[in-house]
Structures are given as C-alpha cells and as structure tokens.
Design a protein around this ligand. Sequence first.
Ligand SMILES: [Zn+2]
Length: 100
Amino acid sequence: MIELTPPAGTTRYLCPLECGWHHDDPPPSPEDVRDVAPDPDVRNFQEAVSSIAGKAAMRRLEQTETALKQHLATHTAPAEVAAIEQLLADKGLAGVNWRP
Ligand SMILES: [Zn+2]
C-alpha cells in the first residue's frame, strides 16, 4: 500500500512509468555518517566534515539510483512502450510523428 504523504523531509521518487511504485529517500540523519571516514588527505576539521558529508550524500544518491534501476528492470519493454504511449495520449500527443 502506498502512503499518500511521505514523512516530512522525505524525497519520494515515483516510477516514471506511473505503475505506482515509489522509493522514499528519508531526510538526512546522523546514521548516514556513522561508518563514513573522511578522505585521508583532509587538512583540517572543516575539510573532514565536508568530506564525510559529501561521501554520505553520494552513498544516498547511489542507493536511490540502485533502487530505481532495480525497479525499472522489473518492467518489460512492451510495458514501457505502452506506458509511454499512454503518457503521450494523456497529453494529447498520441500519433505525433517525432521523427524529422
Ligand atoms: Zn514501475
């Protein structure tokens, strides 16, 4: 069942094929940096904090990308084409020739 409203601060990524699937990326938390080490070449505390925050943010992005890729792999090519055709029809663009 889909929660209609995700918790505050959550970024919800919807399936571009509008199948109802979604991935919720929760708001940042201290847990995000628990096992993240700074780059070994940082010169001071501020650079260490920036390094850790950057690595944690990149890890979250990679987790979201992985979730999206794994979900999209569940769709078949004909289902994707049908979804795109439906989206075009919904926008009044069905039958438009996109080729030059
Ligand atoms: Zn989907």
